[in-house]
Design a protein around this ligand. Structure first.
Ligand code: ADP
Ligand code: MG
Length: 348
């Protein structure tokens, strides 16, 4: 026997998946592999086909063409209840008349798991989502975040190989959402289940994912790690959907960069300098006027109209300046500077 480590197996393989609803092409040729234990996010605007892909993986929707494999087995024609997959939806869909423990146990009861085992697995799942001691409450006696955790426990109790989550944090307010993002990621690491997570929120995707698939009208525009997607967006669409794109194209690219094509510089890479200091050899300099200064506590956004024609956004941490000082910069002539390695091509 070889002692070498076992390579990660493929949990999900989608091959040229397509789905039409009448004239609407919802999913238009999606191919994707998800590794065992991976946290993969489908990110894209509303209507780009994310939910439809998830529903096809779960088996709630039949693809028009293409195939779906789970753990190497073609399940394209297999009904949902015979797929080793669970789904968590945005509207938790808890049974309001049942207490928390009964809600979590429900799936096991349907599968005729004996009562004692049911009970211990449900309690274990509640502990995983940090809801020990909440078993006797009704869903109406829980906060939104707690209800979402019950929904998660109800899926985890089945120990599925794959968990599909469709905008599960969408109904929560921002603070709670940010907290749940961290918790959900911790839970996923602890249980080691493959997660396919759908969101339209780029920050959420960057925060939680091992890899992100960016959706644009039924297709995947780019797949990569959060860093790859953010630092090297493959298209202007990806650059604009994930973060502030700051595009330099055509005449402006020629004037400022001396280069052809479309380029992006992320706002936090740009320094705002008063006057016209000389750049180093590795630096780019672009002169302009500050149109707007937006103070945001931790950081400030400068919206700068370049003499060459484009508008760029620069973000600076507020280490020293006061809001009064920053506000007085409106209308001033500045030089924007960045390292040339931070100008990245985003196609043409
Ligand atoms: P997302 O989850 O990214 O918002 P969806 O997968 O829900 O996108 O939808 C993709 C496209 O397919 C949209 O144009 C939507 O209106 C359409 N669509 C989704 N489900 C149906 C359906 N059951 N019948 C008709 N059109 C649908
Ligand atoms: Mg959706």
């Amino acid at each position: 026997m070889s002692a070498s480590p076992v390579p990660p197996t493929t949990a999900i393989r989608l091959v040229d998946l397509r789905k039409s609803f009448g004239d609407v092409v919802a999913v238009d040729g999606v191919s994707l592999e998800v590794s065992d234990g991976e946290f993969l996010t489908l990110l894209g605007p509303s209507g780009s086909g994310k939910t439809t892909v998830l529903r096809m993986i779960a088996g709630f929707e039949q693809p028009t063409s293409g195939t779906i494999e789970l753990a190497g087995v073609d399940v394209t024609r297999v009904p949902p209840y015979n797929r080793d997959v669970n789904t968590v939806f945005q509207d938790y869909a808890l049974f309001p008349h049942m207490d928390v423990l009964a809600n979590v146990e429900y799936g096991l009861k349907v599968k005729k798991v004996p009562k004692a085992e049911r009970r211990s697995r449900a309690e274990e799942a509640l502990a995983t989502v940090r809801l020990e001691g909440y078993g006797a409450r009704k869903p109406s006696q829980l906060s939104g975040g707690q209800r979402q955790r019950v929904a998660l426990a109800r899926a985890l109790v089945n120990k599925p190989r794959v968990l599909l989550l469709d905008e599960p944090l969408g109904a929560l307010d921002l603070k709670l959402r940010e907290q749940m993002q961290v918790e959900l990621k911790e839970i996923q690491r602890a249980v080691g289940i493959t997660f396919v997570f759908v969101t339209h929120d780029q920050e959420e995707a960057l925060t939680m994912s091992d890899r992100i698939a960016v959706f644009e009208v039924g297709r995947i525009a780019q797949v990569g790690t959060p860093t790859e997607i953010y630092e090297h967006p493959a298209t202007p669409f990806v650059a604009g959907f994930v973060g502030v794109s700051n595009l330099l194209a055509e005449g402006v690219a020629a004037a400022v960069l001396g280069r052809e094509g479309i380029w992006s510089v992320r706002p936090e890479k740009i320094r705002v300098m008063l006057g016209s200091p000389a750049p180093e050899a590795s630096e780019r300099a672009a002169a302009g006027v500050i149109r707007e200064v937006v103070y945001a506590g931790m950081s400030t956004r400068f919206i700068v109209d370049l003499d060459a024609g484009a508008t760029l956004i620069a973000v600076q941490q507020n280490t020293h300046a006061t809001s009064e000082e920053l506000n007085s910069m409106r209308g001033q002539r500045v030089t924007l500077m960045w390292n040339t390695e931070h100008e990245v091509p985003v196609g043409s």
